[in-house]
Write a protein that binds this ligand. Structure first.
Ligand code: PFF
Length: 468
């Protein structure tokens, strides 16, 4: 298997594909949704902190596992540990990927729909009502299917030429368009209320609601960086030893965050200028605000076509990375051909995606709470694995191709990924999972429980090369 395994064609290919995976609907659609429901600027502060302190080192953890094993997440955990338990745990990532793409392709369908409707200006009259009329139901199923087929075609026919090339044009185009829209949005009457909501954190709110914001901010930080599902493990598995993981990781996280923050500059001023305020449209925030903007802009229709076209490409370069996880799993572990694996999973997604396209409740739960939980737990698992199973081997892998920077960073990084970050992630996970299960505990008790979980994991997993 290893000898026939694909690898990135160009040195830049990996970066572009990983940026392509990271930059997507998470930045443009999910971020404004989550921020609008969790206190705006207060959310932004917590989110940015987590991207920097958890996201970047976490990304390196996934890279190390992928590049060292040269396998999909299930194969990676089992081959590097020689343990059935880890192999079983790896299957969680296949399930996560299935859940992710099941709702993501519904949103991708919305984008395709808006792309088409921009040619006729169908949503210009009443953006809010238009969104409510297309978001769930049989038409939503049809557009989800279309989006899914586009995703499957790219994954089935190979990623190299298409995506590697498309991303080069897409990334600059997205940034330019967002900057332009933000500049325009800021000139609107009422924009300053939107900016205040987005940029001046209410410290009182932050203090009193920190624990409510935390799971959503952590989930969003991981979602936007494509972490906790095994995408970055899979992409790094096609990577040679000569790349500097810290440099690539920082670049990917930086560019991705820039796009997310920019999207907020577009969405919030426009939402407030339109008079709908934050929080109202929920999962439709970005659609309603942008549609309103395009309706009002000179040449708005042209801008709309370009914008939704570019966002559709950004969504595709992320959705293929979701489909790549289960496909690489079947290819690596069961020797199934890439085409067959793609067809099999596409069949499954036709069903699971349709459920999301038909029910706002299912969609809201899967795309919000469930994804936050799975990504947080998933990354905790990867990092415990990096710190305790790989240990000093992870340090060696991180150093490979990383020169001086790798030397200096590697050991502190190992303590972070082996101990500090798992504690944080397990705490975050428990603080949203326990209430869902009907268990109400004080913060102190949740901290104690998180420490307990990490200590038990450390003691059970410990090997000679472990972090401690
Ligand atoms: N990072 C992607 C986005 O922001 O749209 C979504 C994503 C892709 C999440 C792949 C997780 C994943 F594994």
């Amino acid at each position: 298997m290893a000898d026939t395994r694909e690898s990135w064609q160009t040195r830049l290919g990996f970066i572009l594909a990983a940026v392509g995976s990271a930059v997507g609907l998470g930045n443009i659609w999910r971020f404004p949704w989550m921020a609008s429901e969790n206190g705006g600027a207060a959310f932004l502060v917590v989110y940015l902190g987590i991207v920097l302190l958890v996201g970047v080192p976490g990304l390196l953890g996934e890279f190390v596992i992928g590049r060292r094993s040269k396998r999909n997440p299930v194969g990676a955990l089992s081959s590097l540990s020689d343990s059935k338990g880890w192999s079983a745990f790896g299957h969680v990532f296949v399930v996560t990927a299935v859940l992710l793409l099941s709702f993501y392709s519904v949103v991708g369908g919305w984008i395709l729909r808006y792309f088409g409707a921009s040619f006729t200006g169908a949503y210009f009259g009443n953006p809010g009502a238009y969104f409510s009329s297309i978001n769930y139901g049989f038409e939503a199923v049809a557009f989800h299917v279309l989006f899914l087929f586009l995703t499957a075609a790219i994954v089935g026919f190979g990623v190299k030429g298409g995506i590697e090339r498309a991303t080069k044009v897409m990334m600059p185009a997205i940034v330019v368009l967002l900057v332009g829209l933000a500049a325009w949005g800021l000139t609107l009457d009422g924009a300053s209320a939107g900016l205040a909501f987005y940029l001046s954190p209410d410290l009182g709110y932050l203090q009193t609601h920190f624990l409510d914001i935390l799971p959503a901010a952590a989930g969003q930080a991981l979602f936007t960086l494509s972490l906790g599902a095994g995408t970055m493990v899979t992409y790094a598995s096609y990577l040679g030893e000569d790349r500097s993981l810290p440099v690539d990781g920082t670049f990917i996280a930086g560019l991705n965050t820039l796009v997310g923050v920019l999207a907020g500059f577009v969405v919030f001023p426009i939402l407030f200028a339109l008079g709908s305020g934050a929080g109202q449209p929920g999962a439709g925030a970005v659609f309603v605000s942008l549609a309103g903007a395009f309706a009002a802009l000179p040449y708005g229709q042209v801008v709309a076509v370009v914008f939704f076209g570019v966002v559709a490409l950004a969504a595709l370069s992320s959705s293929i990375s979701m489909l790549e996880i289960p496909v690489s799993f079947l290819v690596d572990e069961y020797g199934v051909s890439r085409r067959k694996a793609t067809v099999a999973f596409t069949g499954l997604f036709l069903v699971t995606g349709s459920v999301n396209a038909l029910s706002a409740q299912v969609f809201g739960f899967v795309a919000g709470t469930l994804v936050n939980l799975l990504l947080t737990g998933g990354l905790a698992g990867f990092l415990l694995f990096t710190g305790w199973v790989l240990g000093t081997d992870a340090v060696a892998e991180l150093r490979s191709g990383a020169g001086d920077l790798g030397q200096r960073l590697a050991t502190p990084w190992l303590y972070a990924v082996g101990v500090v970050l798992p504690l944080f992630l397990v705490f975050t996970l428990l603080s949203s999972l326990l209430p869902l299960l009907g268990v109400q505990l004080g913060t102190g008790a949740v901290v104690a429980l998180a420490v307990g979980v990490v200590v038990v994991c450390g003691v059970t997993l410990r090997r000679p090369q472990s972090v401690l």
